[in-house]
Design a binder for this molecule. Sequence first.
Ligand code: DON
Length: 570
Amino acid sequence: MKLLLTVSISILLIFGCSKPPQNISNNSTETVLGTIGDSAMVASAHPIASQVGADIMKNGGNAFDAAIAVQFALAVVYPVAGNIGGGGFAVIRESNGNVASLDFREKAPKSASKDMYLDSEGNVIKGKSTIGRLACGVPGSVDGMFELHKKYGSMPMDQLIQPAIILADGGFPLTQNEASNLNRFQEEFKMQNNWDLPTMRESPWKEGETMFYKDLAVTLAIIRDFGKEGFYEGIVADQIVKDVQSGGGLITMDDLATYESKWREPLVGNYRNHKIISMPPPSSGGIALLQLLQGTEDYPIGTWGHNSAKAIHTMTELERRVYADRATYLGDPDFYDVPQEMLLSESYNEERFLDISAKSKTPSSEIKEGNVEMIESVETTHFSVVDVDGNSIAITTTLNGYFGNKVMVKGAGFFLNNEMDDFSAKPGVPNQFGLVGAEANAVAPEKRMLSSMTPTIVEKDGELLMVVGTPGGSTIITSVYQTILNVIDHEMTMQEAVNAEKFHHQWLPDLILIEENRFAENVVDDLTSMGHVIDVRKQLGKMDCILVHPDGTLEGGSDYTRGDNTSIGF
Ligand code: DON
Protein backbone atom coordinates (compact mmCIF):
# COMPACT_ATOMS: atom_id res chain seq x y z
CA MET A 1 0.00 0.00 0.00
CA LYS A 2 2.77 2.44 0.96
CA LEU A 3 4.59 1.77 -2.29
CA LEU A 4 1.37 1.97 -4.23
CA LEU A 5 0.62 5.43 -2.86
CA THR A 6 4.09 6.77 -3.68
CA VAL A 7 3.95 5.49 -7.21
CA SER A 8 0.42 6.66 -7.68
CA ILE A 9 1.19 10.18 -6.41
CA SER A 10 4.07 10.66 -8.83
CA ILE A 11 2.36 9.10 -11.84
CA LEU A 12 -0.86 11.00 -11.34
CA LEU A 13 1.00 14.25 -10.82
CA ILE A 14 2.31 13.86 -14.31
CA PHE A 15 -0.77 12.58 -16.10
CA GLY A 16 -3.68 13.80 -13.97
CA CYS A 17 -6.91 11.87 -13.87
CA SER A 18 -9.79 14.25 -14.46
CA LYS A 19 -10.69 16.88 -16.97
CA PRO A 20 -8.82 20.11 -16.11
CA PRO A 21 -10.44 23.58 -16.00
CA GLN A 22 -11.84 24.46 -19.38
CA ASN A 23 -13.55 27.26 -21.25
CA ILE A 24 -16.63 26.28 -23.20
CA SER A 25 -17.40 28.84 -25.88
CA ASN A 26 -20.83 29.36 -27.32
CA ASN A 27 -21.93 32.27 -29.47
CA SER A 28 -21.90 35.15 -27.05
CA THR A 29 -20.58 34.07 -23.66
CA GLU A 30 -17.78 31.92 -22.48
CA THR A 31 -18.45 29.47 -19.67
CA VAL A 32 -15.50 28.67 -17.45
CA LEU A 33 -15.72 25.21 -15.93
CA GLY A 34 -13.49 23.83 -13.20
CA THR A 35 -12.17 20.31 -13.03
CA ILE A 36 -14.85 17.74 -13.83
CA GLY A 37 -14.97 14.37 -12.10
CA ASP A 38 -17.55 11.63 -12.57
CA SER A 39 -17.91 10.70 -8.93
CA ALA A 40 -15.26 12.00 -6.51
CA MET A 41 -13.34 15.24 -6.08
CA VAL A 42 -10.77 16.91 -3.84
CA ALA A 43 -10.23 20.67 -4.00
CA SER A 44 -7.30 21.96 -1.98
CA ALA A 45 -4.58 24.59 -1.85
CA HIS A 46 -1.90 22.33 -3.32
CA PRO A 47 -1.89 19.90 -6.26
CA ILE A 48 0.07 17.24 -4.34
CA ALA A 49 -2.34 17.33 -1.40
CA SER A 50 -5.33 17.07 -3.76
CA GLN A 51 -3.67 14.11 -5.44
CA VAL A 52 -3.07 12.40 -2.09
CA GLY A 53 -6.78 12.74 -1.28
CA ALA A 54 -7.90 11.49 -4.70
CA ASP A 55 -5.55 8.49 -4.42
CA ILE A 56 -6.97 7.58 -1.03
CA MET A 57 -10.49 7.50 -2.50
CA LYS A 58 -9.28 5.51 -5.54
CA ASN A 59 -7.90 2.98 -3.10
CA GLY A 60 -11.30 2.58 -1.47
CA GLY A 61 -11.21 5.30 1.17
CA ASN A 62 -14.19 7.58 1.80
CA ALA A 63 -14.27 11.40 1.79
CA PHE A 64 -13.33 11.50 5.48
CA ASP A 65 -10.29 9.25 4.99
CA ALA A 66 -9.26 11.49 2.09
CA ALA A 67 -9.73 14.63 4.18
CA ILE A 68 -7.47 13.27 6.94
CA ALA A 69 -4.77 12.39 4.40
CA VAL A 70 -5.08 15.85 2.81
CA GLN A 71 -4.76 17.57 6.21
CA PHE A 72 -1.50 15.71 6.95
CA ALA A 73 -0.19 16.20 3.40
CA LEU A 74 -0.87 19.96 3.54
CA ALA A 75 1.16 20.10 6.78
CA VAL A 76 4.14 19.07 4.63
CA VAL A 77 3.66 20.63 1.19
CA TYR A 78 1.86 23.81 2.32
CA PRO A 79 3.43 24.72 5.68
CA VAL A 80 2.40 28.34 5.28
CA ALA A 81 -1.04 27.27 6.54
CA GLY A 82 -1.35 23.48 6.40
CA ASN A 83 -0.45 22.20 9.81
CA ILE A 84 -0.25 19.85 12.72
CA GLY A 85 0.60 22.81 14.98
CA GLY A 86 -2.67 24.67 14.45
CA GLY A 87 -6.37 23.94 14.44
CA GLY A 88 -9.57 24.19 12.44
CA PHE A 89 -13.16 23.21 11.84
CA ALA A 90 -14.91 20.55 9.77
CA VAL A 91 -18.47 20.49 8.47
CA ILE A 92 -19.68 17.06 7.41
CA ARG A 93 -22.59 15.74 5.40
CA GLU A 94 -22.96 12.00 4.99
CA SER A 95 -24.58 10.62 1.86
CA ASN A 96 -27.71 9.83 3.93
CA GLY A 97 -28.09 13.52 4.74
CA ASN A 98 -26.83 13.34 8.34
CA VAL A 99 -24.77 16.39 9.25
CA ALA A 100 -22.14 17.09 11.92
CA SER A 101 -19.43 19.58 12.75
CA LEU A 102 -16.11 19.13 14.48
CA ASP A 103 -14.30 21.87 16.38
CA PHE A 104 -10.56 21.25 16.57
CA ARG A 105 -9.78 24.89 17.24
CA GLU A 106 -6.76 25.73 19.42
CA LYS A 107 -7.35 26.56 23.08
CA ALA A 108 -5.68 29.12 25.32
CA PRO A 109 -3.17 27.51 27.71
CA LYS A 110 -4.41 27.01 31.28
CA SER A 111 -2.22 29.82 32.59
CA ALA A 112 -3.44 32.34 29.97
CA SER A 113 -5.06 35.47 31.35
CA LYS A 114 -7.24 38.28 30.13
CA ASP A 115 -4.55 40.96 30.18
CA MET A 116 -1.62 38.84 28.99
CA TYR A 117 -1.02 41.02 25.92
CA LEU A 118 -1.25 44.38 27.75
CA ASP A 119 1.52 46.48 29.28
CA SER A 120 1.39 47.95 32.78
CA GLU A 121 -0.65 50.87 31.47
CA GLY A 122 -3.20 48.60 29.91
CA ASN A 123 -2.10 49.11 26.30
CA VAL A 124 -1.79 46.24 23.83
CA ILE A 125 1.88 45.32 23.28
CA LYS A 126 2.38 45.19 19.52
CA GLY A 127 3.40 41.78 18.16
CA LYS A 128 3.01 39.86 21.41
CA SER A 129 -0.08 37.97 20.22
CA THR A 130 1.16 37.50 16.66
CA ILE A 131 4.86 36.56 16.72
CA GLY A 132 6.79 34.16 18.91
CA ARG A 133 5.98 31.68 21.59
CA LEU A 134 3.40 33.60 23.63
CA ALA A 135 1.22 33.90 20.52
CA CYS A 136 0.49 30.24 20.31
CA GLY A 137 -2.58 28.33 21.43
CA VAL A 138 -2.70 24.60 22.24
CA PRO A 139 -2.83 22.86 18.82
CA GLY A 140 -5.98 20.94 17.88
CA SER A 141 -5.36 19.52 14.39
CA VAL A 142 -3.94 16.12 15.35
CA ASP A 143 -6.68 15.43 17.88
CA GLY A 144 -9.24 16.62 15.32
CA MET A 145 -8.03 14.17 12.68
CA PHE A 146 -8.14 11.25 15.14
CA GLU A 147 -11.67 12.24 16.25
CA LEU A 148 -12.80 12.46 12.64
CA HIS A 149 -11.29 9.07 11.95
CA LYS A 150 -12.88 7.48 15.02
CA LYS A 151 -16.35 8.50 13.87
CA TYR A 152 -16.15 8.32 10.08
CA GLY A 153 -12.86 6.72 8.97
CA SER A 154 -12.87 3.50 6.97
CA MET A 155 -9.17 2.97 6.23
CA PRO A 156 -6.49 2.43 8.89
CA MET A 157 -5.12 5.74 10.17
CA ASP A 158 -1.50 4.77 9.45
CA GLN A 159 -2.30 4.57 5.74
CA LEU A 160 -3.75 8.09 5.85
CA ILE A 161 -0.64 9.59 7.48
CA GLN A 162 1.82 7.62 5.31
CA PRO A 163 1.61 9.83 2.18
CA ALA A 164 2.62 12.86 4.29
CA ILE A 165 5.57 10.94 5.75
CA ILE A 166 6.71 9.94 2.27
CA LEU A 167 6.51 13.55 1.10
CA ALA A 168 8.35 14.95 4.14
CA ASP A 169 11.07 12.30 4.04
CA GLY A 170 11.43 11.76 0.30
CA GLY A 171 10.97 15.37 -0.73
CA PHE A 172 8.65 17.13 -3.17
CA PRO A 173 9.04 19.97 -5.71
CA LEU A 174 8.42 23.55 -4.54
CA THR A 175 5.90 25.58 -6.47
CA GLN A 176 6.74 29.17 -7.39
CA ASN A 177 4.29 30.45 -4.76
CA GLU A 178 5.72 28.27 -1.99
CA ALA A 179 9.29 29.25 -2.90
CA SER A 180 8.41 32.93 -2.64
CA ASN A 181 6.52 32.39 0.64
CA LEU A 182 9.66 30.78 2.08
CA ASN A 183 11.86 33.60 0.74
CA ARG A 184 9.55 36.27 2.16
CA PHE A 185 9.80 35.06 5.77
CA GLN A 186 13.55 34.30 6.05
CA GLU A 187 14.12 37.18 8.49
CA GLU A 188 11.31 36.05 10.80
CA PHE A 189 12.55 32.44 10.72
CA LYS A 190 15.98 33.66 11.84
CA MET A 191 14.61 35.94 14.53
CA GLN A 192 12.35 33.34 16.13
CA ASN A 193 14.56 30.25 15.96
CA ASN A 194 18.10 29.50 17.11
CA TRP A 195 18.74 26.51 14.86
CA ASP A 196 18.93 25.80 11.13
CA LEU A 197 15.35 25.29 9.99
CA PRO A 198 14.85 23.30 6.79
CA THR A 199 13.06 26.40 5.49
CA MET A 200 16.11 28.67 5.97
CA ARG A 201 18.58 29.41 3.21
CA GLU A 202 21.08 32.11 2.24
CA SER A 203 20.20 31.95 -1.47
CA PRO A 204 16.56 32.24 -2.56
CA TRP A 205 14.39 29.15 -2.93
CA LYS A 206 13.38 28.45 -6.50
CA GLU A 207 10.44 26.75 -8.16
CA GLY A 208 11.06 23.05 -8.81
CA GLU A 209 13.67 22.58 -6.07
CA THR A 210 13.14 19.52 -3.90
CA MET A 211 12.11 20.34 -0.36
CA PHE A 212 12.57 17.90 2.54
CA TYR A 213 11.20 18.05 6.09
CA LYS A 214 13.15 15.23 7.76
CA ASP A 215 12.26 16.08 11.40
CA LEU A 216 8.62 16.42 10.48
CA ALA A 217 8.75 12.99 8.82
CA VAL A 218 9.89 11.53 12.16
CA THR A 219 7.17 13.40 14.06
CA LEU A 220 4.53 12.14 11.64
CA ALA A 221 5.87 8.59 11.96
CA ILE A 222 5.55 8.87 15.76
CA ILE A 223 1.92 10.00 15.33
CA ARG A 224 1.34 7.14 12.88
CA ASP A 225 2.78 4.59 15.32
CA PHE A 226 1.49 5.94 18.66
CA GLY A 227 -1.74 7.66 17.66
CA LYS A 228 -2.68 11.09 18.98
CA GLU A 229 -0.72 10.37 22.17
CA GLY A 230 2.33 10.45 19.91
CA PHE A 231 1.70 14.18 19.59
CA TYR A 232 0.05 15.20 22.87
CA GLU A 233 2.29 13.09 25.15
CA GLY A 234 5.84 11.79 25.06
CA ILE A 235 8.75 13.07 23.03
CA VAL A 236 6.87 15.38 20.61
CA ALA A 237 4.90 17.00 23.45
CA ASP A 238 8.16 17.41 25.31
CA GLN A 239 9.76 19.10 22.29
CA ILE A 240 6.78 21.49 21.98
CA VAL A 241 6.82 22.43 25.67
CA LYS A 242 10.61 22.89 25.82
CA ASP A 243 10.61 25.09 22.72
CA VAL A 244 7.57 27.15 23.70
CA GLN A 245 8.71 27.71 27.27
CA SER A 246 12.25 28.64 26.15
CA GLY A 247 10.75 31.84 24.74
CA GLY A 248 8.19 32.76 27.39
CA GLY A 249 5.30 30.71 25.99
CA LEU A 250 2.75 29.14 28.32
CA ILE A 251 1.96 25.68 26.94
CA THR A 252 2.58 22.84 29.42
CA MET A 253 2.52 19.04 29.12
CA ASP A 254 -0.82 19.17 30.94
CA ASP A 255 -2.26 21.63 28.37
CA LEU A 256 -1.34 19.20 25.61
CA ALA A 257 -2.47 16.03 27.38
CA THR A 258 -5.89 17.52 28.16
CA TYR A 259 -6.64 19.03 24.72
CA GLU A 260 -9.90 17.71 23.27
CA SER A 261 -11.67 18.58 20.05
CA LYS A 262 -15.46 18.82 20.23
CA TRP A 263 -18.40 17.66 18.15
CA ARG A 264 -20.84 20.55 17.90
CA GLU A 265 -24.34 20.81 16.48
CA PRO A 266 -23.85 22.36 13.02
CA LEU A 267 -25.86 25.46 12.12
CA VAL A 268 -28.57 24.82 9.56
CA GLY A 269 -30.39 27.62 7.75
CA ASN A 270 -32.17 28.31 4.49
CA TYR A 271 -31.47 30.52 1.51
CA ARG A 272 -33.86 30.62 -1.48
CA ASN A 273 -34.87 26.97 -0.94
CA HIS A 274 -31.35 25.78 -0.32
CA LYS A 275 -30.26 24.27 2.98
CA ILE A 276 -27.07 25.86 4.31
CA ILE A 277 -25.01 23.81 6.78
CA SER A 278 -22.20 25.71 8.46
CA MET A 279 -19.94 26.02 11.49
CA PRO A 280 -21.28 27.19 14.86
CA PRO A 281 -19.24 29.11 17.49
CA PRO A 282 -16.43 29.30 18.38
CA SER A 283 -16.41 30.20 14.72
CA SER A 284 -18.37 33.29 13.85
CA GLY A 285 -18.57 32.06 10.27
CA GLY A 286 -21.84 30.14 10.35
CA ILE A 287 -23.87 32.71 12.30
CA ALA A 288 -22.57 35.62 10.22
CA LEU A 289 -23.14 33.78 6.93
CA LEU A 290 -26.71 32.81 7.85
CA GLN A 291 -27.47 36.38 8.97
CA LEU A 292 -26.10 37.74 5.68
CA LEU A 293 -28.12 35.24 3.63
CA GLN A 294 -31.30 36.02 5.57
CA GLY A 295 -30.80 39.70 4.85
CA THR A 296 -30.10 39.02 1.16
CA GLU A 297 -33.33 37.07 0.56
CA ASP A 298 -35.30 40.32 0.43
CA TYR A 299 -33.32 41.64 -2.54
CA PRO A 300 -33.31 40.48 -6.21
CA ILE A 301 -29.51 40.38 -6.26
CA GLY A 302 -29.50 38.17 -9.37
CA THR A 303 -31.42 40.66 -11.48
CA TRP A 304 -29.33 43.60 -10.28
CA GLY A 305 -26.25 42.02 -11.88
CA HIS A 306 -23.10 40.54 -10.42
CA ASN A 307 -21.08 43.19 -8.60
CA SER A 308 -23.27 46.05 -9.77
CA ALA A 309 -22.97 49.10 -7.51
CA LYS A 310 -26.48 48.42 -6.16
CA ALA A 311 -25.61 44.84 -5.23
CA ILE A 312 -22.27 45.76 -3.63
CA HIS A 313 -23.89 48.60 -1.67
CA THR A 314 -26.66 46.38 -0.31
CA MET A 315 -24.34 43.51 0.57
CA THR A 316 -21.95 45.98 2.24
CA GLU A 317 -24.74 47.40 4.40
CA LEU A 318 -25.68 43.87 5.48
CA GLU A 319 -22.04 43.06 6.23
CA ARG A 320 -21.59 46.26 8.25
CA ARG A 321 -24.41 45.26 10.60
CA VAL A 322 -23.51 41.58 10.85
CA TYR A 323 -19.85 42.28 11.70
CA ALA A 324 -20.95 44.74 14.41
CA ASP A 325 -22.94 41.89 15.98
CA ARG A 326 -19.97 39.55 15.58
CA ALA A 327 -17.70 41.91 17.52
CA THR A 328 -20.03 42.08 20.50
CA TYR A 329 -21.87 38.81 20.78
CA LEU A 330 -19.65 36.03 19.48
CA GLY A 331 -17.07 34.01 21.39
CA ASP A 332 -16.45 30.50 22.67
CA PRO A 333 -19.88 29.12 23.67
CA ASP A 334 -18.26 27.07 26.46
CA PHE A 335 -17.34 30.35 28.16
CA TYR A 336 -19.87 32.89 26.96
CA ASP A 337 -23.57 32.60 26.44
CA VAL A 338 -23.69 33.34 22.70
CA PRO A 339 -27.22 34.55 21.80
CA GLN A 340 -27.23 32.24 18.79
CA GLU A 341 -30.96 31.63 18.54
CA MET A 342 -31.74 35.32 18.69
CA LEU A 343 -29.07 36.28 16.13
CA LEU A 344 -30.47 33.73 13.69
CA SER A 345 -34.13 34.49 14.24
CA GLU A 346 -36.15 36.01 11.42
CA SER A 347 -37.64 38.70 13.62
CA TYR A 348 -34.24 39.86 14.84
CA ASN A 349 -32.75 40.07 11.36
CA GLU A 350 -35.78 41.79 9.86
CA GLU A 351 -35.46 44.52 12.45
CA ARG A 352 -31.66 44.57 12.19
CA PHE A 353 -31.60 45.38 8.46
CA LEU A 354 -34.64 47.68 8.42
CA ASP A 355 -32.67 50.93 8.30
CA ILE A 356 -30.62 50.04 5.21
CA SER A 357 -30.95 52.87 2.69
CA ALA A 358 -30.92 52.10 -1.03
CA LYS A 359 -29.27 55.44 -1.76
CA SER A 360 -26.52 56.00 0.75
CA LYS A 361 -24.32 54.20 3.20
CA THR A 362 -24.87 54.24 6.95
CA PRO A 363 -21.54 55.26 8.49
CA SER A 364 -20.19 52.54 10.78
CA SER A 365 -19.98 55.12 13.58
CA GLU A 366 -23.79 55.11 13.57
CA ILE A 367 -24.02 51.32 13.70
CA LYS A 368 -23.87 49.58 17.03
CA GLU A 369 -24.48 45.93 17.76
CA GLY A 370 -28.14 44.92 17.42
CA ASN A 371 -30.49 44.92 20.32
CA VAL A 372 -30.11 41.41 21.69
CA GLU A 373 -31.62 40.41 25.01
CA MET A 374 -28.76 38.83 26.90
CA ILE A 375 -29.09 36.12 29.47
CA GLU A 376 -26.55 37.14 32.11
CA SER A 377 -23.63 34.91 32.62
CA VAL A 378 -19.93 36.43 28.08
CA GLU A 379 -2.72 32.11 6.37
CA THR A 380 -5.37 29.47 6.77
CA THR A 381 -6.34 26.93 4.15
CA HIS A 382 -9.57 25.26 3.15
CA PHE A 383 -10.28 22.00 1.35
CA SER A 384 -13.41 20.26 0.15
CA VAL A 385 -13.92 16.56 -0.55
CA VAL A 386 -16.79 14.54 -2.06
CA ASP A 387 -16.55 10.76 -2.45
CA VAL A 388 -18.19 8.25 -4.78
CA ASP A 389 -21.02 7.62 -2.31
CA GLY A 390 -21.83 11.32 -1.99
CA ASN A 391 -20.30 11.85 1.48
CA SER A 392 -18.84 15.33 1.77
CA ILE A 393 -16.62 17.31 4.07
CA ALA A 394 -15.50 20.93 4.23
CA ILE A 395 -12.41 21.63 6.37
CA THR A 396 -10.84 25.00 7.07
CA THR A 397 -7.60 24.78 9.03
CA THR A 398 -5.02 27.34 10.04
CA LEU A 399 -1.88 28.47 11.79
CA ASN A 400 -3.46 31.97 11.59
CA GLY A 401 -0.64 34.03 10.04
CA TYR A 402 1.71 32.80 7.30
CA PHE A 403 3.79 30.09 9.02
CA GLY A 404 1.88 30.89 12.26
CA ASN A 405 4.08 32.41 14.97
CA LYS A 406 7.16 31.62 12.78
CA VAL A 407 8.45 29.21 15.44
CA MET A 408 9.33 25.76 14.16
CA VAL A 409 9.42 23.31 17.08
CA LYS A 410 13.07 22.37 17.52
CA GLY A 411 13.61 18.74 16.64
CA ALA A 412 9.97 18.17 15.69
CA GLY A 413 10.02 20.22 12.49
CA PHE A 414 6.60 21.91 12.31
CA PHE A 415 5.39 25.48 12.73
CA LEU A 416 3.24 26.56 15.66
CA ASN A 417 0.17 28.76 15.35
CA ASN A 418 -0.28 32.40 16.42
CA GLU A 419 -3.98 31.89 17.01
CA MET A 420 -4.03 33.78 20.34
CA ASP A 421 -4.30 36.94 18.20
CA ASP A 422 -7.86 35.91 17.33
CA PHE A 423 -8.84 36.75 20.90
CA SER A 424 -9.71 40.34 21.64
CA ALA A 425 -6.58 41.44 23.58
CA LYS A 426 -8.46 44.57 24.71
CA PRO A 427 -12.05 45.64 23.92
CA GLY A 428 -12.17 47.80 20.81
CA VAL A 429 -8.49 47.34 19.85
CA PRO A 430 -8.24 45.66 16.43
CA ASN A 431 -6.30 42.43 15.87
CA GLN A 432 -4.19 41.66 12.78
CA PHE A 433 -7.34 41.41 10.65
CA GLY A 434 -8.63 44.75 11.95
CA LEU A 435 -11.35 42.91 13.86
CA VAL A 436 -12.50 44.32 17.16
CA GLY A 437 -14.09 42.34 19.96
CA ALA A 438 -15.29 42.57 23.51
CA GLU A 439 -15.88 40.51 26.62
CA ALA A 440 -17.35 37.60 24.62
CA ASN A 441 -13.94 37.02 23.03
CA ALA A 442 -11.59 38.04 25.88
CA VAL A 443 -8.69 35.68 26.70
CA ALA A 444 -9.39 33.09 29.42
CA PRO A 445 -7.71 29.83 30.40
CA GLU A 446 -8.72 26.95 28.12
CA LYS A 447 -11.02 29.18 26.06
CA ARG A 448 -11.14 28.91 22.27
CA MET A 449 -10.53 32.14 20.34
CA LEU A 450 -13.29 33.37 18.01
CA SER A 451 -12.77 32.43 14.37
CA SER A 452 -14.11 33.56 11.01
CA MET A 453 -13.57 30.19 9.36
CA THR A 454 -16.69 29.18 7.45
CA PRO A 455 -16.56 25.64 6.08
CA THR A 456 -20.03 25.25 4.55
CA ILE A 457 -22.11 22.66 2.72
CA VAL A 458 -25.19 23.54 0.64
CA GLU A 459 -28.07 21.16 -0.12
CA LYS A 460 -30.83 21.54 -2.72
CA ASP A 461 -33.97 19.38 -2.58
CA GLY A 462 -32.39 17.08 -0.04
CA GLU A 463 -29.34 16.42 -2.20
CA LEU A 464 -25.77 17.66 -1.90
CA LEU A 465 -25.20 20.77 -4.04
CA MET A 466 -22.00 22.49 -2.96
CA VAL A 467 -19.03 22.29 -0.60
CA VAL A 468 -17.49 25.73 0.03
CA GLY A 469 -14.71 27.45 1.96
CA THR A 470 -11.63 29.65 1.86
CA PRO A 471 -8.85 31.22 3.94
CA GLY A 472 -8.66 35.00 4.37
CA GLY A 473 -9.11 35.91 8.06
CA SER A 474 -12.04 38.26 8.51
CA THR A 475 -12.76 38.15 4.75
CA ILE A 476 -13.55 34.42 4.85
CA ILE A 477 -17.21 34.99 5.72
CA THR A 478 -17.82 37.51 2.94
CA SER A 479 -15.97 35.41 0.33
CA VAL A 480 -18.06 32.34 1.19
CA TYR A 481 -21.20 34.54 1.11
CA GLN A 482 -20.35 35.91 -2.36
CA THR A 483 -19.43 32.50 -3.72
CA ILE A 484 -22.79 31.03 -2.65
CA LEU A 485 -24.61 33.99 -4.24
CA ASN A 486 -22.50 33.68 -7.39
CA VAL A 487 -23.84 30.15 -7.91
CA ILE A 488 -27.41 30.54 -6.63
CA ASP A 489 -28.28 34.11 -7.73
CA HIS A 490 -25.86 34.71 -10.59
CA GLU A 491 -25.96 31.16 -11.97
CA MET A 492 -22.20 30.87 -12.32
CA THR A 493 -20.29 27.61 -12.62
CA MET A 494 -18.21 26.66 -9.59
CA GLN A 495 -15.03 27.87 -11.26
CA GLU A 496 -16.57 31.18 -12.31
CA ALA A 497 -17.87 31.74 -8.78
CA VAL A 498 -14.38 31.11 -7.40
CA ASN A 499 -12.59 33.22 -10.02
CA ALA A 500 -15.00 36.17 -9.72
CA GLU A 501 -13.66 39.38 -8.20
CA LYS A 502 -14.42 39.72 -4.48
CA PHE A 503 -15.07 42.63 -2.10
CA HIS A 504 -15.39 42.89 1.69
CA HIS A 505 -16.73 45.09 4.47
CA GLN A 506 -16.45 44.33 8.20
CA TRP A 507 -18.07 47.30 10.00
CA LEU A 508 -14.73 48.59 11.29
CA PRO A 509 -12.71 49.97 9.64
CA ASP A 510 -15.48 51.60 7.59
CA LEU A 511 -14.09 50.64 4.18
CA ILE A 512 -15.06 48.45 1.26
CA LEU A 513 -12.04 46.41 0.28
CA ILE A 514 -12.03 45.48 -3.40
CA GLU A 515 -9.61 43.39 -5.40
CA GLU A 516 -7.17 45.56 -7.29
CA ASN A 517 -7.93 46.33 -10.96
CA ARG A 518 -10.94 44.05 -11.07
CA PHE A 519 -13.91 46.37 -10.51
CA ALA A 520 -15.36 48.65 -13.19
CA GLU A 521 -14.60 52.34 -12.72
CA ASN A 522 -18.26 53.37 -12.91
CA VAL A 523 -19.14 50.88 -10.14
CA VAL A 524 -16.44 52.36 -7.88
CA ASP A 525 -17.67 55.89 -8.74
CA ASP A 526 -21.29 54.98 -7.93
CA LEU A 527 -20.27 53.45 -4.60
CA THR A 528 -18.20 56.51 -3.74
CA SER A 529 -21.15 58.76 -4.51
CA MET A 530 -23.24 56.74 -2.01
CA GLY A 531 -20.64 57.65 0.63
CA HIS A 532 -18.55 54.48 0.61
CA VAL A 533 -14.81 54.65 1.05
CA ILE A 534 -13.00 52.16 -1.17
CA ASP A 535 -9.64 50.55 -0.53
CA VAL A 536 -7.85 47.93 -2.60
CA ARG A 537 -6.27 44.59 -1.77
CA LYS A 538 -4.18 42.51 -4.15
CA GLN A 539 -6.51 39.57 -3.67
CA LEU A 540 -9.30 38.27 -1.44
CA GLY A 541 -9.80 34.58 -0.67
CA LYS A 542 -8.46 31.38 -2.15
CA MET A 543 -11.54 29.23 -2.50
CA ASP A 544 -11.60 25.44 -2.88
CA CYS A 545 -15.14 24.33 -3.64
CA ILE A 546 -17.10 21.53 -5.27
CA LEU A 547 -20.43 21.79 -7.11
CA VAL A 548 -22.66 18.86 -8.01
CA HIS A 549 -24.03 19.37 -11.53
CA PRO A 550 -27.57 18.27 -12.45
CA ASP A 551 -26.15 15.19 -14.26
CA GLY A 552 -24.40 14.13 -11.05
CA THR A 553 -20.87 15.00 -12.19
CA LEU A 554 -18.73 17.04 -9.83
CA GLU A 555 -17.09 20.36 -10.67
CA GLY A 556 -14.08 21.26 -8.56
CA GLY A 557 -13.57 25.02 -8.39
CA SER A 558 -10.09 25.71 -7.04
CA ASP A 559 -8.57 29.16 -7.04
CA TYR A 560 -5.74 28.69 -9.54
CA THR A 561 -5.83 32.41 -10.32
CA ARG A 562 -4.85 33.41 -6.76
CA GLY A 563 -2.75 30.41 -5.63
CA ASP A 564 -1.67 26.84 -6.42
CA ASN A 565 -5.15 25.58 -5.60
CA THR A 566 -6.07 22.52 -7.61
CA SER A 567 -9.05 20.19 -7.90
CA ILE A 568 -8.48 16.57 -8.75
CA GLY A 569 -11.32 14.14 -9.33
CA PHE A 570 -12.24 10.96 -11.11
O1 DON B 1 -9.74 31.71 12.62
C1 DON B 1 -9.65 32.74 11.97
O2 DON B 1 -10.61 33.41 11.64
C2 DON B 1 -8.28 33.18 11.50
N1 DON B 1 -7.27 32.66 12.37
C3 DON B 1 -8.08 32.76 10.09
C4 DON B 1 -6.75 33.19 9.54
C5 DON B 1 -6.70 33.20 8.07
O3 DON B 1 -7.64 32.93 7.38
C6 DON B 1 -5.40 33.66 7.49
N2 DON B 1 -5.39 33.41 6.07
N3 DON B 1 -5.38 34.11 5.19
